[in-house]
Write a protein that binds this ligand. Structure first.
Ligand code: ADP
Ligand code: ASP
Ligand code: MG
Length: 464
């Protein structure tokens, strides 16, 4: 059985939904004929219609600012859009209950938003309740649309199926509880020959309060579902041909990477290749399930296959990922040299304020780290200032270059760094695996640096 995850642009409107239906039908037919296949599935995981999560978070921001009327207007638009898309459900007997659910859900969040606008405060818990609406509704539309096109589906409420801790807006799944929940809610329809459809991104804590897995988290949901139900493959259907050699929004002519190892894919995802949520690979690794990135607009494209190991490649570099809006924090010991225990004290502070550190470099008297979530930085700086001088620099970018060649060819790292020319490097770090090299530059230099690097190492590659 395969898991098919469709991102926002793959469920954006009626024609996207029709493409989704065709892809699920093709997979169903292929599974029926597959030797050794169990004839089950697929399980379908969907994101919110594209742009909806951003809009819902915008509604929450308006409510937080006391603009109840603005929030209400935005919700009216969103309600209309969902009702329009639900026209894809050909059979009125199936469509009417979904339209009723859309209206009920929007009535409910409208009431919540009005109350929040009076309080002028939106807690992470309410933020999750609002943000989850996108996936709760898109999944109901998709389930009914499949059924009305002779692909019998069963809507599975992700708030019952994905059990998480209580860390709102960045909840972590509890695998044992989630396996039990999926066996209860998704396995019976599968066994009965139906297609379970659930919203990604969304879960609920053990006490039943709605949570979300963090932005882009539907990929993670698909991997969790695949791992818990023992899928043979996890497919991420999106709007590009696969993992590309660089971010297509920055570099004009990136190429598809046909095959990646789990280690390479996690590195690229972690350092900004948005096409895959960074946590996606973890459940896939645990159960050794291949992940495939595919284009729902161009299903004939081969996509990217991600497995434990990949065949050796002639290419010295695999791809480059980049992450904007990074902050560099320089921490200099107030003593002349770093005293014993300095690093422990320093990282304790980041730990205490639950702020992840990405790149770290050290010199004799100072440590530089990057963070991408500066929300708790003022408190962190205050705590660090008890024993160090602290400087921050915003609007920086991380570039992470991944490739086996870095291990094989000693001169390659220098060539990579040299390729960016006169762009100033703020930090440089090479990981223990030596399969990647990471550097930090000013965000404003990113297009130039990436363009030069890509031109030097990837532009001559033939298209995959
Ligand atoms: P979905 O809604 O399907 O989850 P996302 O917007 O989350 O899609 O991810 C797909 C987008 O990721 C692409 O449209 C592309 O702009 C961006 N992206 C950034 N880096 C890469 C990369 N290295 N390879 C492919 N896509 C990338
Ligand atoms: N809809 C959520 C988001 O936009 C989750 C996802 O699409 O993966 O972040
Ligand atoms: Mg995504």
């Amino acid at each position: 059985m395969k898991v098919m995850k469709f991102g926002g642009t793959s469920v954006a409107d009626q024609s996207a939904m029709e493409r989704l239906i065709a892809l699920v039908r093709a997979e169903r037919q292929a599974e029926a004929q597959r030797e050794g296949g169990d004839g089950r599935g697929p399980v379908v995981v969907v994101s919110a219609l594209s742009g909806v999560t951003d809009r819902l978070l915008g509604v929450a921001a308006l409510a937080g600012a006391g603009d109840g009327e603005g929030a209400h207007k935005s919700l009216l638009d969103l309600r209309e859009r969902h009702i329009t898309v639900s026209q894809v459900i050909a059979d009125a007997a199936l469509r009417d209950p979904v339209v009723a659910a859309i209206n009920r859900e929007f009535d409910e969040i409208d009431r919540i938003v009005r109350a929040l606008a009076v309080l002028r405060e939106v807690s992470p818990r309410w933020l999750d309740t609002l943000a989850a609406t996108g996936e709760i509704l898109s999944s109901q539309i998709v389930a009914a649309a499949l059924t009305s096109h002779q692909l019998p589906a069963a809507w599975v409420d992700a708030r019952r199926a994905i059990v998480t801790d209580g860390e709102h807006t960045a909840a972590a799944p509890l695998f044992q509880e989630t396996t039990t929940a999926l066996m209860t809610h998704a396995d019976p329809p599968l066994a009965a020959g139906r297609i379970p459809v659930l919203g990604g991104f969304v879960g609920a804590s053990t006490s039943g309060v709605t949570t979300t897995l963090g932005r882009g988290g539907s990929d993670f949901s698909a991997a969790i579902v695949g791992a818990c139900l023992g899928a043979s493959e996890i497919q991420i259907w999106t709007d590009v041909d696969g993992m590309l050699t660089a971010d297509p929004r920055i570099v004009p002519n990136p190429q598809v990477v046909p095959h990646l190892s789990f280690a390479e894919a996690s590195e690229l995802a972690y350092f900004g290749a948005k096409v895959l949520h960074p946590a996606t690979i973890q459940p896939a690794v645990a159960r050794n399930i291949p992940v495939r990135i595919l284009n729902s607009h161009r299903p004939q494209a081969k996509g990217t296959l991600i497995t434990v190991e990949r065949p050796p490649s002639e290419r010295p570099l695999t791809a480059v990922a980049s992450k904007k809006q990074v902050t560099v924090v320089d921490i200099t010991s107030t003593r002349m040299l770093m005293a014993h225990g300095f690093l422990r004290r320093l990282f304790d502070v980041f730990e205490r304020f639950k702020t992840a550190v990405d790149v770290v470099t050290t010199s004799e008297v100072s440590v530089s780290v990057t963070i991408d979530d500066p929300r708790r930085l003022p408190a962190i700086i205050e705590a660090l200032s008890e024993f160090a001088d602290v400087q921050r620099e915003d609007q920086m970018a991380i570039v992470c270059v991944v490739g086996d060649g870095l291990q094989r060819e000693p001169a390659l790292a220098a060539q990579v760094l040299g390729s960016v020319g006169d762009v100033p490097l703020r930090m440089v770090s090479q990981a223990a695996s030596r399969r990647n090299i990471t550097f930090v530059i000013r965000e404003s230099d990113l297009p130039l640096a990436l363009g030069r690097l890509h031109e030097r190492f990837f532009a001559s590659m033939s298209a995959a």
